[in-house]
Design a protein around this ligand. Structure first.
Ligand code: FAD
Length: 477
């Protein structure tokens, strides 16, 4: 079934013109994104492949190379029809008038990548719990592995607002894989901001290229929302500058697959001021992983506990000063929350488009379901929620970029609203598909599953309200 957009009753959903995405016209990748590669023109996947084979864009390899992602397996073939239809959906947005020329180009680049490298395979990765590391490296080849890091360490030097535009376009195709990419970027930006110059130079190049993948380790079995109560310890070894880490981290995205773990551990007193942040190598003696969690969504990325049993970490791997770890962790989460929110926006926008396409062709009672005014109102409400979320995300991103005093509260507000409302939108889209929405033949069920966790992680939405309320009370005092 091909989704139709010649609606019996037109609903004005402005779309990024399909032709411009397929043909791409020719556009210059921005100076910020490409740095020294600025004059290269990307037209299509073929061009990306050509650039790669000439070694210009690292990590974008011949799509015929063997990996799970090149040819759907028999078990995934049942999704082929739905996937083929979805492949024609393109990321849409109502905020193009707010975007800079550069942001429009970033968005085009990300949409093109999402269309070619994520959307055709997302259902299969979800089903097979496949973590598409090679595809992530291709994304890094376009500059998406170190969005907020400096050019000198291979980063793209972009703003939070730029990042939101890119992640929304990627999440439109695959929420789960994009969400991991946001976590990796959160880790890289943490080092960019709080690392010494030596640490930046030592650690960031392999992170921005995604030769090494990173995980963020705050949560523990007995310390979730109350993160400042964490119990993992980091003690100086007598007669040495090394630290010895002991404890367990829970729910770590990328756990077991990532190469680098940014671990918050207690070096001092109880509470937030006794916490420090450490860069821990996967190969460290004493580091091990729990079983891979079997999750409702986010199945294209692994989640596991991380166990530290007398793990020796040299002093040069302390990020920031002793006692600054909690501040560092929370400040990283400001950006992380904006990115999780923007992943919700991208996923929900896909659901609106998919639902609109479906109800335009599905007939009951002798007419297309979209001809019922109730359906039109539902679609209008869904799109309003997505757009309101997008506006809050952009507002929070610009607040963070400009270091506004309300940036943390804005990030919490955007995360709370966008992740709640976009989940509701995905659920509504499933409802509009009727019984078919409950089947894996249609992608909306995967979006519902993937979006659900966004209201829980990187601080639950109850904790987002705590953050906002604290800011309100403090600013009134
Ligand atoms: C798939 C997945 C991936 C994750 N990835 C990571 C990761 O990469 N790194 C990492 O460090 N963590 C990660 N997490 C952990 C996540 O951040 C925590 O699950 C989350 O912060 C909540 O902690 P908790 O699960 O312990 O819930 P709890 O803190 O036990 O909360 C349970 C319930 O009580 C509510 N509650 C708690 N305190 C209050 C309060 N003061 N007021 C009102 N309500 C309250 C909560 O909102 C929640 O509804 C991940 C979690 C999941 C599910």
């Amino acid at each position: 079934m091909l989704l139709q957009f010649n609606l019996p009753i037109p609903i004005p959903i402005p779309c990024f013109p399909t032709s411009s995405l397929i043909d791409m016209g020719s556009f210059q990748l921005s100076r910020a994104l490409l740095g020294s590669r600025r004059n290269w023109v990307v037209r299509s996947q073929a061009s990306l492949t050509r650039f790669c084979s000439s070694g210009v864009i690292k990590g974008v390899s011949d799509t015929s190379s063997p990996s799970v992602h090149e040819s759907p397996s028999a078990s995934a073939s049942e999704h082929a029809v739905a996937n083929a239809s979805e492949a024609i959906l393109k990321s849409r947005t109502w905020n193009e008038h707010q975007l800079t020329a550069d942001q429009l180009q970033f968005r085009s680049l990300a949409s093109d990548f999402a269309e070619n490298e994520l959307m055709p395979f997302a259902a299969q990765w979800d089903e097979q719990k496949h973590f598409p590391v090679e595809v992530l490296r291709k994304a890094a080849g376009l500059g998406f592995g170190g969005l907020y890091c400096g050019h000198d360490v291979g980063g793209s030097g972009l703003s939070r607002a730029d990042g939101a535009v890119i992640f929304e376009a990627l999440a439109y195709a695959d929420v789960s894989t994009t969400a991991y990419l946001t976590i990796h970027n959160m880790c890289a930006s943490l080092i960019e901001r709080y690392g010494t110059e030596d640490q930046r130079q030592d650690f960031l190049r392999e992170l921005t290229s995604m030769d090494l993948l990173a995980s963020y380790c705050l949560t523990e079995p007995n310390s979730g929302s109350d993160a400042a109560s964490l119990q993992t310890t980091a003690r100086r070894q007598a007669g040495s500058t090394d630290y010895i880490l002991n404890g367990e981290k829970a729910f770590i995205s990328g756990g077991g697959a990532a190469d680098v773990y940014l671990v918050m551990a207690r070096t001092g007193e109880a509470g937030p001021k006794g916490i420090s942040c450490f860069y821990v190598d996967k190969d460290s003696k004493g580091l091990s992983f729990g079983r891979q969690e079997d999750k409702l969504g986010w199945r294209s990325q692994p989640t596991s506990s991380v166990i530290l049993d007398d793990v020796r970490v040299p002093e040069r791997c302390l990020i920031g000063k002793e006692g600054e770890g909690f501040t560092i962790a929370m400040s990283a989460l400001d950006g992380g929350r904006i990115n999780i929110a923007t992943c919700s926006v991208g996923g929900a926008q896909f659901c609106v488009d998919a639902a609109q396409g479906y109800v335009s062709t599905r007939k009951q009672f002798g007419k297309a379901i979209i001809d019922f005014q109730n359906t039109q109102f539902k679609l209008a409400d869904m799109l309003t929620k997505v757009q309101a979320s997008r506006c809050l995300v952009l507002n929070a991103a610009t607040a963070l970029d400009s270091k506004a005093p309300w940036a943390s509260a804005s990030a919490a507000m955007a995360k709370r609203f966008a992740t709640d409302e976009c989940y509701n939108v995905a659920n509504d889209a499933l409802q509009l598909h009727g019984g078919y929405g409950y089947l894996k033949d249609y992608a909306v069920e995967r979006y519902v599953r993937d979006l659900r966790v966004h209201t829980i992680l990187e601080g639950t939405n109850e904790i987002m309200r705590v953050v906002m309320a604290r800011h309100m009370i403090k600013s009134q005092a």
